[in-house]
Ligand binder design. Structure first.
Ligand code: NAD
Length: 254
């Protein structure tokens, strides 16, 4: 499908995992995609994979100057913007009684404030309307011990999603959030002590008996970015293979 013909998109954290899959899917849908990524190697790899349908601009989304420079590049090269995907983020693990101010601040900067910085850069360029997609998490709804303050930051992102839907709806800009469940990416390999054992455990928590893939999130992002999603705004869309509906948390043993 080429639902994004002539559209320009920015995807943050597009060097890896979910962000890379979204960048690739938007490019397949014929958008030109800016890969806003802090890691030069990963960003260049995604640019290569996009094969001329996008370009890497090294960006630290937690830094106002870096974000300003990203959107100045988009303005000078393409004049306007249609799609922003606020994807860059990471899980933070700490005990609420022991976490430091620095841990709190780092989490809030990356998992919440960065989306606001990017919105400030993107919205003035969305002169013909647009779509903002925030990659949140299911952690604000159901969590596990020790992920403080990640769920709080992603919960803030959900609140900003509905606030911005009100703020920018009259300009034809839609704002939605995707809440991924457990998606196998380099991040899950980094944060799980024993990834394979964890994947086996996670399988029991899925109604659909498979784990999530970055491409699953990318397919929903492409829908939200396109005209197919034109009446959807302020939505919090859980995409987790059905794990949130299991009242016991896991399927019975076979
Ligand atoms: N993987 C999951 O199970 C899962 C579940 C729920 C939510 N999420 C969310 O999805 C998003 C992507 O996660 P992922 O699993 O693909 O992670 P990932 O670690 O594979 O990719 C994240 C990317 O963001 C980049 N990044 C980090 N800090 C940055 C910064 N300051 N500026 C620009 N880029 C930066 C990293 O270099 C990396 O390329 C995150 O917001 C995460 O919280 C992931």
């Amino acid at each position: 499908m080429r639902r994004l013909e002539g559209k320009v998109a920015v995807v943050t954290g597009a060097g890896s995992g979910i962000g890379r899959a979204i960048a690739e899917r938007l490019a397949v849908e014929a958008a030109f995609v800016y890969v806003a990524e802090i890691d030069a190697t990963l960003g260049s790899q995604t640019e290569d994979a996009l094969a001329g349908r996008g370009r890497f601009v090294q960006t630290d989304v937690t830094d106002r100057q870096s974000v300003t420079s990203l959107f100045a590049t988009v303005r000078s090269e393409r004049q306007s913007l249609d799609v922003l995907v606020n994807n860059a983020g990471t899980n933070f693990f700490s005990d609420p009684l022991e976490a430091s101010d620095d841990q709190w601040d780092a989490c809030m900067r990356l998992d919440m404030k960065a989306a606001w910085l990017c919105v400030q850069g993107a919205v003035p360029l969305m002169t013909s309307g647009g779509s903002i997609i925030n990659i949140a998490s299911t952690h604000p709804l159901r969590t596990i011990p020790g992920t403080f303050p990640y769920g709080a930051a992603k919960g803030g992102l959900l609140a900003m999603t509905i606030g911005w839907a009100c703020d920018f709806g009259p300009r034809g800009i839609r704002v939605n959030a995707i809440l991924p469940g457990f998606i196998v990416t380099p991040l899950t390999y980094k944060t799980e002590k024993d990834p394979e054992a964890s994947f086996r455990r996670q399988m029991r928590a899925q109604c659909l008996k498979r784990l999530g893939r970055p491409e699953d999130i990318a397919a929903l992002a492409a829908f939200l970015a396109s005209e197919d999603g034109s009446f959807m705004t302020g939505a919090h869309l859980i995409l987790d293979g059905g794990r949130h509906v299991l009242s016991a948390g896991v399927l019975p043993e076979e």
